[in-house]
Design a protein around this ligand. Structure first.
Ligand code: MN
Length: 149
């Protein structure tokens, strides 16, 4: 049921995006997709519970410790979306180009109702991050200091 909102927003006969199905027992991967829509943003997605938990990060993921970025939670996306890059046609939901900015694996360090602690291992992003729910759909994503830094 988790992908219902994702599907109702899209006309799959018109957009090349995957319709998707919920999957279970998946590995823990993440992706950041650079989405040049009406407003440029970066979609951060974590493979969790058979779907991609998703946030739109207007200014992009923080690369330095201590930097906070707004991350707006959006509808869960299907696992197959992790590989999606291409053009969403004009007039369709999220029209514009999607490219994969970074991808890799993550470890869930802790999970609380309003907080996720994760360690990312990607090409551009690596290290500990925390996602903090601040209300409504709004979260903050913060890169944490690690021992090496
Ligand atoms: Mn987007």
């Amino acid at each position: 049921m988790s992908l219902e909102e994702y599907r109702t927003k899209r006309a799959f006969e018109k957009t090349p995006e995957p319709k998707g199905k919920e999957q279970t027992g998946a590995k823990s991967r993440f992706v950041v997709q650079k989405h040049q829509a009406r407003h440029l943003h970066y979609d951060f997605r974590l493979e969790m519970a058979g779907v991609l938990k998703s946030w739109a990060v207007p200014k992009g993921m923080p690369l330095e410790p201590g930097i906070k970025r707004l991350a707006v939670q959006v509808e869960d996306h299907p696992i197959e979306y992790i590989d999606f890059a291409g053009k969403v046609p004009e007039g369709e939901y999220g029209a514009g180009t999607v490219e994969i900015w970074d991808k890799g694996e993550f470890k869930l360090d802790w999970e609380e109702p309003d907080q996720l602690g994760i360690t990312l291992t990607g090409k551009k992003l690596s290290g500990s991050y925390v996602l903090i729910h601040t209300g409504g759909k709004n979260w903050l994503v913060i890169k944490r200091k690690t021992k090496q830094e």
